[in-house]
Every structure is written in structure tokens, then in C-alpha cells.
Design a protein around this ligand. Structure first.
Ligand code: NAP
Length: 358
């Protein structure tokens, strides 16, 4: 079937709830959902910075995310809940599990307790599946083996959703590394290359990676809701060979651009986008990144701040290959990537420049 990039008007997105709307991906998702005519409810923590959402007139429900009853009342009458809230740089290891596993289970159970449960679209991560050996590509159905606390906690979220698949329709999307306008995580890479023509690369061998522009991920999330397969009902067990209850990966989609790059090549792509013909790639050999990450993490812990550079992330960066590919994205979701990755990186540079970030 030919892939078309327009989302059908006859979609089940009349009233939707979005968790993590104050975050990078969630902010883009709610804009797209509004464009599609959906009534969007954003769930926020009391501590969330809601200024942007309130200025734009979004319906924000502010409550303690550990309150199961509030989830139940917020999800009542909702067609789809896009669950994006997650801890991506936790201050303490246990926060990964409370934010990514326990919160997902709570939301799933709240949905399951309703007479008309909403569809749950869970934004997981390729980190939940784990890396693959060098030169290989993670395809649907390959056994999972997360290597970081972040990955294991997102995997825990997937299993929590899978356990409820008999009573709640659910689809999981596992993105690679997301970049694009307003992204702060990869901004230092753009900034260091643009300003000082230097790309700092941890280690000598860099892993192959799958990247995705935020607009493409948002479109895949929307399509996963509109026409994605749902997780099969059945017991979910933590079994590496069978990928838990997600045995044949029905209802689980990887989201990554078709072109895989290693971290060094990503630097070349950014340099081209900012207009440099030459730049310096500075390889920092192991164990230096581990030592720096340990120091940054300790300092941040003492100052009660999330660490931007963590041992957990170095664990992921030390894996050989994170490339994923999912042929069902064009086949089932009818989505083709509309721009080559290089052009998406150029669009991101243009946005950073327009907004005065570069
Ligand atoms: N960015 C990537 O490269 C990437 C790659 C793969 C998968 N993902 C997944 O994509 C989703 C969105 O990521 P993102 O980059 O947009 O993350 P982000 O910018 O860090 O935003 C995280 C969001 O989650 C909320 N949140 C954090 N901890 C929470 C908790 N304990 N309880 C309730 N809400 C909490 C935050 O709310 P506050 O405003 O209150 O802090 C914020 O809205 C996540 O599920 C992430 O795992 C991201």
C-alpha cells in the first residue's frame, strides 16, 4: 500500500490527554493535535512550568501524578492518552523506575478501570529494547536487552502497558534519538560545532545511532493512534527470547530515520548544516567520560539537580549499535519520512539561528 503523509480527518482524536506536554516532544505533539482539531487535555505536575501551555490556552490539569484517582477522572471521556511523561535524566536511579515504570502502570490501570478505556499510546524508547551487535539493525521481534536504568525503566513501562492489553487498547512507539526545534539535549552539539568548530565524542569508537526529527516522531505517534496495530492481549512475562508479552512485536513500532549515523558522523552532518567545511572531532578516550560523568553526577546529586551527563548515559553511549528499522511504519502507519536526515538537521540549525540560540 502506498504511504501518504496526510493524516485522515476521520480519526479517533476528538478528545485526547497528553502527559509530558511541558517537555520537548510533548510540546510539539500538542501543537499537531490541536492543528488536527483535537481537544487537548495536558496533565501537569504542580512543579511543572506551565507558562507556555497556559499562554497558548491549553487545558492544563495540575495534580500529583502519584494520585491514581485523579488519573481516573482526567482520563474519563478521553479517546486517546498519549503517555510521554518520563524521567530522562533522573537525579536518583529510583526516579527512573517511579517515573517511567510505576507512573505508566498507574496510568494504564486508571484507563483499565473506566467503562470505556481510552487508547493508550505509550512513547517508549529504543533504549527499552537495548543495543544490537555492531553492524546489525534492531528489527521488530528481536530479543530485548536494555543496558541502562533508563532503558530498563522504560521497558518496565512497556510491560506494564502489555499486561493490561486485554482491557485497554494500547500501542507502543520506541523512538531513537529525537532532535529538532526547542531541543536542549542535543543543542550543546550544535552550539559547540557552530561556535568553536569542535565536536566532542566520548570514546574512540562511536555507536551507530538512529535519529529522528521531532516532527516525524509526532506524526508517527499520531498515526500509531489512528491506524496502528494494538498490543495483543495475553500474559506479559519478562522473557528476553520472547520479548515479554510483546512476542511478535505486534503493536510496537520503532521510530528512527532511515539513515543511520554514528555520533561522529552526526557531527559532520551538523557541521555541514552550519556551513563549515572543516571542524575538529575531539575523541575523549575511555575512561575519561566515565570519570567526568561520575563527577558531574555527584555534584548534581549534592546540589539536588538532574545531571545532564550521567554514568547511565555513558553506559548507553558505550554500546556498539543502536540502529533500528521498522518496515511497518510505512506499511501499517503509512508514513514515509518527508525529508532526508541532513535536511532535517539543516531545518533545526535554521530554527536555532532564527531563535538566537546559535
Ligand atoms: N528526547 C529523546 O531523545 C527521546 C528518545 C527516545 C524516547 N524519548 C521518550 O519521549 C518522551 C518525551 O521525551 P522528551 O524528550 O520530551 O522529555 P522531556 O523534555 O524531558 O520531558 C519530560 C516530560 O515528562 C514530565 N515528567 C518527568 N518526570 C515526571 C514524573 N515523575 N511524573 C510526571 N511527569 C514527569 C516532565 O514534566 P515537568 O515539566 O513537570 O518536569 C516533562 O513534561 C519520553 O517518554 C522519553 O522517554 C525521548
Amino acid at each position: 500500500m502506498a504511504a501518504s503523509n496526510s493524516t485522515s480527518c476521520e480519526h479517533p482524536l476528538k478528545r485526547v490527554a497528553v502527559t509530558g506536554a511541558t517537555g520537548f516532544v510533548g510540546g510539539h505533539l500538542i501543537e499537531r493535535l490541536r492543528e488536527l482539531g483535537a481537544q487537548v487535555v495536558c496533565t501537569c505536575r504542580p512543579s511543572s512550568n506551565r507558562r507556555f501551555l497556559e499562554e497558548q490556552g491549553y487545558d492544563c490539569r495540575v495534580f500529583d501524578p502519584t494520585d491514581a484517582d485523579r488519573w481516573k477522572s482526567v482520563l474519563e471521556g478521553v479517546d486517546v492518552v498519549f503517555h510521554l511523561a518520563a524521567s530522562t535524566a533522573a537525579k536518583r536511579t529510583r526516579e527512573y523506575y517511579s517515573a517511567n515504570t510505576a507512573l505508566t502502570r498507574r496510568i494504564g490501570r486508571a484507563a483499565a478501570s473506566l467503562p470505556n478505556p481510552p487508547l493508550v499510546v505509550y512513547c517508549s524508547s529504543v533504549a527499552a529494547a537495548g543495543p544490537v551487535p555492531p553492524g546489525q539493525i534492531r528489527l521488530p521481534g528481536t530479543p530485548v536487552a536494555p543496558v541502562s536504568h533508563y532503558g530498563r525503566s522504560k521497558r518496565g513501562g512497556e510491560l506494564a502497558v502489555a499486561e493490561l492489553a486485554g482491557s485497554v487498547p494500547a500501542t507502543i512507539v520506541r523512538p531513537g534519538i529525537v532532535f529538532g526545534p526547542r531541543n536542549r539535549e542535543l543543542y550543546p552539539v550544535f552550539s559547540s560545532i557552530a561556535r568553536v568548530r569542535t565536536h566532542v565524542v566520548p570514546g574512540v569508537r562511536c555507536p551507530q545511532l538512529s535519529f529522528i526529527h521531532v516532527a516525524d516522531l509526532v506524526e508517527i505517534l499520531v498515526r500509531a493512534a489512528v491506524r496502528g496495530a494494538r498490543l495483543p492481549a495475553g500474559p506479559a512475562q519478562e522473557n528476553g527470547d520472547l520479548d515479554g508479552g510483546l512476542a511478535n512485536n505486534e503493536g510496537v513500532y520503532f521510530a528512527g530515520a532511515p539513515e543511520a549515523l554514528d555520533y561522529r558522523d552526526f557531527g559532520y552532518a551538523v557541521a555541514r548544516a552550519v556551513g563549515w567545511r572543516k571542524h575538529l572531532t575531539l575523541h575523549v578516550p575511555h575512561p575519561v567520560p566515565w570519570v567526568i560523568a561520575a563527577a558531574v553526577e555527584t555534584w548534581c546529586r549534592l546540589n539536588d539537580r538532574p545531571a545532564p551527563f550521567q554514568i547511565d548515559k555513558i553506559r548507553e553511549a558505550s554500546a556498539p549499535c543502536w540502529v533500528c528499522h521498522d518496515p511497518r511504519v510505512p506499511e501499517e502507519l503509512q508514513f514515509e519520512f518527508p525529508f532526508p536526515l541532513q535536511e532535517r538537521i539543516e531545518q533545526t540549525v535554521a530554527w536555532y539561528r532564527r531563535e538566537g540560540w546559535l
